[in-house]
Design a protein. Structure first.
Length: 288
């Protein structure tokens, strides 16, 4: 029996001939994936199975999986291995076990360097994108320098005095975001009930049960902290830091932006060896 299914999307309309043939199902899932139709794909029975295989779809991983699953990929092109394995229908338990094994191998390397990585991340005292428009380096340069400046000498001065600083901030902030996201993602993936993705899968970082998750990290909202401290009858964190700095005679650059002053004050207090400073910082963190 052939069932003709029409799937409407914002950009495209699909006509897929659905039969018991796994080749048609594979191509159907692949098309939805490529067109970012996850609202349709994730509702389809068996899509999780396809997505888990998609996460190990690099040639070397698929070849390794074939050996473990006792599949013979002889005469199968590398570009066709994914579909071949899907059509062979190995058990999902074998796929999960293979993914867990590959993840643990990768995780062991990161775990060995994790303490040093965290120490390196703590060196990032100021989080500033350098005035980039929506963190977009290319758009900022094109809009504010390439399209506006006609004088070559002025352009070069701007490159030295402004673009260099913006690029530095952009690279540092991107670096910090990348590695903190990896550390946070590993917290989830280390849980025994979580099935991670090994390779890149769009919009999916791991599975919990049969539910795929796309992890997003955001910044702690400043207003939330201020609201909670006000409800507890406490001054703002900045007020508390400045008051303690004044009492301890700690000097700082008062002409900077608030977030830079905040970072400088916290750093100076942390690096102060006096018992009062250590006790203040301990209490400050406990309140947080």
């Amino acid at each position: 029996m052939v069932v003709r299914v029409r799937v409407r999307g914002q950009e495209n309309t699909y006509f897929i001939a659905m039969t018991k043939n796994s080749q048609n199902t594979f191509k159907y899932f692949k098309q939805l994936y490529q067109d970012n139709k996850f609202n349709v794909l994730l509702k389809e029975p068996g899509s999780n199975y396809w997505l888990k295989l998609r996460s190990i779809s690099r040639k070397e991983l698929l070849e390794e999986f074939c050996a473990i699953a006792k599949l013979d990929p002889k005469n199968i092109k590398g570009s066709e291995l994914f579909e071949f394995i899907y059509s062979s229908n190995p058990s999902e338990a074998i796929i999960d076990k293979f993914i867990a094994h590959k993840y643990q191998a990768e995780r062991a390397n990161r775990r060995a360097n994790e303490t040093k990585l965290v120490s390196e991340l703590f060196k990032m005292k100021i989080f500033d994108w350098g005035g980039l428009y929506q963190n977009n380096l290319e758009r900022t340069i094109v809009d504010n320098y390439i399209k506006k400046i006609q004088d070559f000498d002025i352009l070069n001065k701007k490159i030295e005095n402004e673009i260099h600083s913006s690029m530095k901030g952009y690279v540092q902030c991107s670096w910090y975001n990348h590695w903190t996201s990896i550390l946070i993602e590993d917290i989830f993936k280390d849980h025994p009930k979580v099935i991670p993705t090994v390779g890149f899968v769009k919009k999916i970082d791991f599975f919990i049960g049969d539910i795929p998750f796309d992890m997003k990290v955001t910044y702690f909202p400043e207003g939330f902290m201020a609201e909670k401290r006000k409800a507890a009858g406490l001054p703002t964190e900045m007020q508390e830091l400045k008051r303690f700095a004044k009492d301890m005679g700690i000097k700082y650059d008062r002409d900077q932006k608030e977030k830079i002053i905040f970072s400088e004050l916290l750093t100076r207090i942390v690096e102060n060896n006096k018992p009062d400073a250590k006790e203040f910082y301990k209490r400050f963190n406990q309140n947080r």
